[in-house]
Structures are given as C-alpha cells and as structure tokens.
Design a protein around this ligand. Sequence first.
Ligand code: UD1
Ligand code: PEP
Length: 449
Amino acid sequence: MQSNSTKLLLKKHPKATNSYVIKGGKPLKGEVVVQGAKNAALPALVAASLSDETVELKNVPLELNDVNNLLALLREVGVKIEIKDENTLTLNGEGWRSSELDPNIASKIRHSLLLLGGSVTKDCSLYLPLAGGCEIGERKHDLHVLALENMGHDVIESGEGIRVIPDLNDDVDHTEIEFYYPSFGATLNVIFASVLCSGKITTLKNAAKNPEVLDVIHLLEQMGAIFNWKDESTLEIIGVNKLNGTSHQVMSDRIIVSTMIAAIAVTKGNGTIIGGNATVLETEVATWRKAGLIIQQKENGLFVDGNNKIKPVNIETKAYPGFHTDIQPLHAAIMLRANGTSKIKEMILDGRFLYCEELNKLGAKTKIENGDFTCVNGAKGQIAIINESPPLIGVLNLIATDIRGGAAVVLASLAANGISEITNVYQIERGYSDLPELIQTLGGNVQRK
Ligand SMILES: CC(=O)N[C@H]1[C@@H](OP(=O)(O)OP(=O)(O)OC[C@H]2O[C@@H](n3ccc(=O)[nH]c3=O)[C@H](O)[C@@H]2O)O[C@H](CO)[C@@H](O)[C@@H]1O
Ligand SMILES: C=C(OP(=O)(O)O)C(=O)O
C-alpha cells in the first residue's frame, strides 16, 4: 500500500517535461559545477538508514527520479527522512521494520536491491518486487542472492520478486564469499548485510572497488563500521553491534564530469568542470587525451580544451579501473568528431547501444556488430563501429533510450546544425538533476518543452 508520505515524495521532477529542444552548433565555454553522484548517493541513503541514530547526508541530488523512488522505499520500510535543503537530508533507521515493497516503485530502480542487505542486517524480513533500472541488457541478481544465502539467510525467489528472511543467530562466525565478477550492487549488499553482524567476520573476494563503493565505505567507517582490505580486491567486514550518527558529503558525480568533458569536446569548446577529479577517471581521461583532447587537472577542477582534431580511439568496457560502461555512450559522442573509424566493445551489458540508432538519425554513421565474446551478464556481446560522420544535422524525433545513452544523444544534438528534439527525458532525469541547466551554464541552448 502506498502511504501519503510516499505519494508526496513521488512528486514529479520539479522541472519535469517530456522533451528537450536543442539548438546546436555553438561551442560550449565557461565553468560548470556538477552535482553529487547518483551512484554513490543511492547506496549512501541505505547505509545511512542502518543506524538507529540520525545521519546527515549532504550533496545528495534530491531532484533525481531514482533518488525520490529510493527515498519512498526507505519510508516504506520505516526509515524517518527529513529534507533539510535542496541537497541535504537526514535519515534515521531506528524504525526499520519487516516490509513488502510497492512493486510500482521498487521496479523502477535497480538499487532497490540494496534494501535486501539493509533489511537482514536490521534483522527484518523483506519482500522485494523485481528491481528495474536502465534497460541496457539483462541485469542479473544471482550474486546478491548467493551472498545472502552464504551468510545463512533464507532467500525465496519467484518470477515476481525476492523474499529474504534473516537468520542472524547461527553459530558461524566467519563467512567467505567469492564473486566471479566484482558486481557493484552485490558488493554493497554484502557490506550492508554484514556491518551490523556483531561478532562475525565476512570476507568478500573480488569485491568492487570503484570510487562510489569507497565513498560508501568511508561513510560507514564514520558511522563506526570496521573494514580491512586484505589485498587489492579482498574486503573483510568485521561486524559491530551499533552504527552511530554522523554527517557525510556524497562525492561528486564522475559520470556527469565525463558528460561535461564530452559536451565541451563535441562542440569544440573549452571550459572548466569545477570539482572534476582526474584520479577517479584515470582510464577515461587517458583515452581522451590520446584522442587529442587537452584535459588538465587544475586546483579547482578539470580544464578541457576540445579544439584539437580528434583521433579515433577504440575502447573496451571493464570493471573499475577499466573504462566505465556508463561512460561509453559519452565516448561515442566524442568519437563522432574523429577523423576515422573507432570501435566500442561493450563487455558488461548487452543492449547498451540503443542510442546509436538515435545518433544515426542526426546523420552519424554508426553500426552495431555481434562480437565473438560473452558479456558479464552471460549474453552475446556487441561492438559499436563509429565511422567518420559527415556534419550532423538536427532532427525532431530523437528518443532518450536510457540515462547515459540519452545524454549522449543530447551531446550529439549540441554538435548538430539546426534544431533537435529529444523525448522520453524522464530517463535522463533518473541520473541528471538538470542537464539543460548544466549546458546552459556553458552557453549551450537546451530548453525544456
Ligand atoms: C545505481 C548504480 O550504481 N548502477 C551502476 C551499477 O549497476 P549494478 O550494481 O547493477 O552493476 P553490477 O556491477 O552489479 O553489474 C554489472 C554486470 O554484472 C552482472 N551481474 C550483476 C549482479 C549479479 O548478481 N549477477 C550478474 O551477473 C550484471 O548483469 C551486469 O552485466 O554498475 C553498473 C556497471 O558498472 C552501472 O552500469 C550502473 O550505473
Ligand atoms: C545504468 C545506470 O543506472 P541504473 O543502474 O540505476 O540503471 C546509470 O547510472 O547509468
């Protein structure tokens, strides 16, 4: 049942519209500040809710559709949430209770999955209707389920959802789990399920160690959780009996930093992304420097000059610190300017190239080929071939297929001559609080319609 408070939180994006209208052809220039990271904020909301004391989170992109949906689910499980200002909120998980979640909300986001780990650590059962997220290929959850089972909890799966019943009272004091792939979400679920298991140690081999996971670990450490990295990818979690209140600032969004680098690059502009940090984008920045972009780390952020010729550079997506799958559509937008053919081999998720058809509507010459490899999700992999494209021309029938694919199409429209319109921008607004405003700050012309 949807409570009144849930309904209130599910209000539409304050500036929500169905489409963006873009007048392209103008170099983006100036300075822009990016928001807090969605993919660090979502797990931070769950982590903060594990304490019976109040935790303050700052720099949370509260306008995002995904953040609002997760907050609605946290309210459903009994977490008290107070919004302090446009990017700050407090959470108190003292009232966390056993729950059956609303399928209409849970199925809209991928990281409703994290409530499984959160619930068991709070000794509460949970029924989670199947999680959603971007439709970018099959998004499996076997590692989440296996990990919870290894830890002794009962997990009952049906075609419609997952029920978890915690069992914290067994005599096992050490659980060892090994992942075949360093899944971001499943690593977080193991962390959440283990932090409050006082007297127990959980060792996770092949854990994800990307900056967003480290940001959440940092928050939990401030709350009193204990972690040891035994080697580069083995994480030991020593359960504690209580987590404290604290205050934490969510890291800034490296995918949006990449989006702004690409926006400057495709329009042959120059500018600074305030707060941009090349150390969390090492592979991507090295790739773009190789392509000819000037990217300099300054004290206040990343300076980008996109005026040089762009050379084609092939990439292959991999777990961190490899090239991020969420950033490959933005790389494709940059490669539209290259003087030759480049390739993107998508190793993590099949179905991440839907945006290429949209780029072609603008005149790009991209093609998708079947690869002779299997993606992490077990599906046959694909390669995008990006041929040198003629000057792009704006069109009015573009669709945002998913968050990052949608952003890539907005960027390509900025490089096109004339007017473009992109619909289904709900998808973009799952991950970008206000992409039009970011672009307008750099002098670009994107309007909501
Ligand atoms: C909210 C959030 O932060 N989402 C990010 C997170 O998603 P998410 O947490 O879903 O990503 P994972 O790292 O878990 O998934 C990566 C791959 O592993 C597969 N897999 C995952 C779990 C599992 O139990 N079994 C399994 O096979 C998935 O199908 C996928 O092919 O990382 C993805 C990969 O970097 C990004 O695209 C998403 O933006
Ligand atoms: C794929 C993404 O998110 P999600 O996992 O929430 O679908 C993304 O942030 O690009």
